[in-house]
Design a protein around this ligand. Structure first.
Ligand SMILES: [Zn+2]
Ligand SMILES: [Zn+2]
Length: 441
């Protein structure tokens, strides 16, 4: 691939472009689509990271070489692209976002009938693609490699029921995060449309882990608040990626198991099955200091399984979770098996649905003493839950019912004009949670 002159992006004066992936030297309208279709699919036919995985860095010698190249690019980017000039990678992806939004709009008539249908989805923690230089080029993996590459073993999973009309942002905040057992407003995230690698997420926000966005090969996300689940996938068996935390990189696969008929659909968010505790927040670094994300958690669980539950080594490993102050295990003990039940997950989902509007912001953790624990741990002060704009995932144009999570036929609370409900019954049932936040206009 020629890297002499970029076909579309503009390089800052002094940037030779030598540390940019040659993919970004292509033209996003003409030469890139064909290149992507030929070169960016992984061994399962999925496309990640906008279809721009950094092939070049794969050739760097070992992990050290990759990190060196990555750091070099980051420094170069931060120094040269200032004063309103966007990095070439971002210029390129901005154009891909425009294309994707036009394609989604054109597809709306096909997606719309599914907005009022319930999807039964499986959320599986997976061990790839934890970082973009790990994306593999197409090959012919053995059956064993295929199986090993997708789900973690032991399987960490949830079965959820959500409406096809739920926005990706609401899906994240009110189904996936509480369902898997993560903390609210704690880390950034993104969804991947595996057909073309499009990435959707919170475009702004104060999540600390967003600083890794370029290192993760994402560079820029299309806004996730105007896109519904059914806009991306609407067939049984179809899959979509959900990555949680740009630092720890907990990767998940969402698979449609069943699409309910319109008559059977209620739009309510429900957790109906699953197994194993969700990984402790921020644990990829301390549970395993080499591999990351799903792979690291898998190895932790496998190691834990070698020891007698409640025994000395087991307890030491589990205690580490509390010692490190994992935000999602400050009010309940971490246990690899016991920390999950569909009922408990449903309670967390209801709490997320009923809490005041969520924002694409990070909560600020502070140190606190938890009864029963001999050391202070980090807790989050809940600052991120306040949404004075009323434009959170439950209240915006594509919001959900403040009592059940249904995104359809919503009515707005007449008093505050912010909270939405799908029925009189839901408004009545939700009042005792909403009372405190409902302010007259
Ligand atoms: Zn409702
Ligand atoms: Zn109100």
């Amino acid at each position: 691939m020629s890297r002499h002159r970029p076909q579309f992006v503009t390089l800052a004066p002094g940037d030779s472009g030598s540390t940019i992936s040659p993919t970004f030297f292509l033209h996003p309208d003409t030469t890139f689509p064909a290149w992507r279709d030929k070169n960016a699919k992984d061994e399962f036919g999925n496309v990640w990271f906008w279809g721009t995985p950094d092939q070049e860095w794969e050739d760097e010698q070992g992990e050290d070489g990759q990190i060196q190249a990555m750091t070099q690019r980051m420094m170069c980017g931060n120094m040269m692209y200032r004063g309103g000039m966007e990095k070439p990678e971002v210029q390129f992806i901005n154009r891909l976002i425009e294309h994707k939004q036009a394609a989604l709009l054109a597809n709306t008539p096909q997606a719309k009938p599914f907005y009022s249908r319930d999807f039964v989805i499986d959320l599986d923690m997976i061990t790839y693609p934890t970082c973009y230089f790990e994306v593999k080029t197409p090959g012919s993996p053995t059956e064993q490699e295929r199986l090993a590459a997708v789900r973690t073993s032991p399987r960490v999973w949830r079965r959820l029921v959500v409406s096809g009309g739920i926005s990706l942002r609401a899906l994240h905040h009110m189904a996936l995060v509480p369902g898997m057992g993560f903390s609210s407003n704690c880390h950034a995230y993104y969804f991947t449309d595996l057909s073309d690698g499009s990435v959707f997420g919170p475009p702004e926000g104060s999540f600390l882990d967003l600083m890794h966005i370029s290192n993760r090969g994402v560079h820029k996300m299309a806004p996730d608040d105007q896109v519904c689940l059914a806009d991306i996938i609407s067939k049984e068996g179809a899959q979509m990626g959900w990555e949680y935390d740009f630092g720890d990189a907990f990767s998940h696969m969402i698979t449609i198991i069943e699409i309910k008929s319109k008559e059977e659909s209620t739009g309510k968010i429900q957790c109906i099955d699953g197994a194993k505790a969700g990984p402790p927040e921020d644990s990829a670094g301390y549970l395993d200091d080499f591999t990351r994300g799903g792979r690291g958690y898998e190895e932790f669980l496998q190691e834990l399984a070698k020891h007698r539950p409640g025994g000395r080594t087991w307890s030491k490993m589990v205690h580490k979770v509390h010692q490190e102050g994992a935000l999602n295990y400050t009010t309940k003990p971490y246990h690899p098996d016991d920390a999950f039940s569909p009922q408990a997950a449903q309670a967390d989902i209801m709490a997320a649905i009923r809490s005041p509007g969520k924002v694409p912001e990070a909560a600020q953790p502070t140190m606190a003493t938890i009864p029963g624990l001999p050391y202070p741990v980090r807790v989050f002060n809940g600052a991120g839950w306040n949404d004075p704009s009323g434009k959170g995932p439950d209240n915006g144009e594509k919001g959900v019912c403040g009592n059940c999570g249904c995104p359809n036929h919503l009515m707005t609370c007449a008093r505050c004009g912010v909270r939405k409900y799908c029925s009189r019954e839901c408004q009545k049932a939700g009042w005792r949670y909403h009372k405190g936040e409902c302010k007259e206009r």
